[in-house]
Design a protein around this ligand. Sequence first.
Ligand code: SF4
Length: 323
Amino acid sequence: MPAEAVVTWSPSVTLVPTRGCFNRCGYCSFRVSPALAVPLTAEEALRQLRKRPAAAEVLLLSGEEAPGSAGRAAWFSRLLQLSQLALDQGRLPHTNAGPLSCQEMARLGRSNPSMGLMLEGLGPAYEPLHARAPSKRLEVRLAQLEQAGRLGIPFTTGLLLGVGESRAERIRALELLRDLQLRWGHLQEVILQPWRPDGDSAVVLSESEQGDLLELIADARSLLPQEVHLQTPPNLWPLASLPSALAAGIDDLGGIDLEDVINPAYPQPAISQLRAVLEASGWQLKPRTCTHQHWWRRLPPALRERVERIDETLQQRWTTAAC
Ligand code: SF4
């Protein structure tokens, strides 16, 4: 265990600008056909924000509109509007909406102090899953991560684990992320996300699945530069064994909302419960904004000032247990 055993989390609320998506990933139960999608209105977004007054992060998690399509401009404009709405409400937007053009990413980067895009993974196991998902091609994902680096945007990425990929393929994916970080220094966190089956109820990670993931977490910790945080979603681990994931190298639990829109069958633990389990194992749980402190210096001055102000409020609320 490190000398200062701190694990961070971000009080978060997820807004879904649209579930309409032109990709068809083999494992996705989030997507709806673009023809049936109902875009999120500003009124509905405000209603959802009001339900989570202490959430500093607004995760904008969107289905994707094909680049160059007739609907792309309206889709992108909704992302900008919702980002502004989040700022107007004293929150911080963090957009994860698939690949963006350089101009789109730069524009969103003025209001989003961090953004994200999963690398997901590589190898033959992914091929059938991504056969009808053009934006999931490895070269497209890597180009996005490279673009975010060139633009200096603090960025979150990650791997989806357990779809049949080999250890060598996982290591190769981590090496690609390491190389990106060494080139640009913008990767603030890498999510190590266990793939979990959909359904009406959660399928808990077995002991052998946990053992496999613990090995991967240790690999990631030794391969990635120390400043890159390693994250796992706490609702996808049995709570009692979460301390083993932290001992292996996880130091962040990501944005935690009341539910998980991607894995609705996997309820988020209550923060009080999480705190009790972690403190019993010697870990101190601490809130953070969507942008880890090490990357604040990369932000435009006005955005940085906003992040610092919101972080101060977050820390005050935490010490008075109001998060
Ligand atoms: S890109 Fe995302 S929303 Fe679209 S089909 Fe794939 S997983 Fe689902």
